[in-house]
Design a binder for this molecule. Structure first.
Ligand SMILES: Nc1ncnc2c1ncn2[C@@H]1O[C@H](COP(=O)(O)OP(=O)(O)O)[C@@H](O)[C@H]1O
Ligand SMILES: O=C(O)[C@H](O)[C@@H](O)[C@H](O)[C@H](O)COP(=O)(O)O
Length: 162
């Protein structure tokens, strides 16, 4: 596969997408976009109130992120998005199949639960983590990295594998 210019950093809430994604973008000198900033307010309120999003809630949000990716194709962008289901990843890849790659941050419920309990100032309640794992369809063709290492080590490994 040729070098991608769009990297989607995916995984459940609290897997480290924003932390690793930002650092990866800095290292590559690419633009960084956090999918959380593109949710409509209704989605944020829904999650903050403890209700998981459904396919319909995510539809326009995924379209927006796909559009963003197309805009930055060829320039280099890291885009953070949970991308939990295979069909969501298809939507994110639409029209840029050869230019994008997924980096999947893989961890256990126990590991991530601990991190979410410690995370401050975030709308996403740790109680939604179980449903994130229930919704997750693990990707078979992503660069898959364990979240057990430091963000710096994860990024170094990702860059080697891109
Ligand atoms: N590799 C890591 N090792 C230890 N802590 C981490 C790591 N990656 C992220 N964290 C911490 O875990 C929490 C969740 O990370 P975050 O980047 O917000 O995840 P996400 O964007 O997937 O929800 C944050 O408090 C962050 O500082
Ligand atoms: O598709 C979803 O259910 C959401 O996108 C969710 O997966 C995402 O994780 C939240 O926006 C919380 O944000 P954090 O991932 O930063 O916790």
């Amino acid at each position: 596969m040729s070098k991608p210019s769009i990297i989607y950093v995916m995984g459940v809430s609290g897997s480290g997408k924003s932390t690793v994604g930002k650092l990866l973008a800095e290292n590559l000198g690419w633009s960084f976009f956090d999918g959380d900033d593109y949710h409509p307010n209704a989605n944020i309120e829904k999650m903050a109130n403890g209700t998981p999003l459904n396919d319909l809630d995510r539809e326009d949000w995924l379209k927006t992120l796909n559009h963003l990716a197309k805009t930055y194709k060829g320039q280099g962008a890291v885009i953070v998005c949970s991308a939990l289901k295979s069909k969501y990843r298809q939507q994110l890849k639409d029209g840029i199949e050869n230019e994008c790659r997924f980096l999947y941050l893989k961890g256990t419920l126990q590991q991530i639960s601990k991190r979410l309990q410690a995370r401050q100032n975030h709308f996403m309640p740790p109680g939604l983590l179980q449903s994130q794992f229930e919704t997750l369809e693990e990707p078979s063709n992503a660069i898959t990295l364990s979240i057990a290492k430091t963000p710096e080590k994860i990024v170094a490994q990702a860059i080697k594998l891109l």
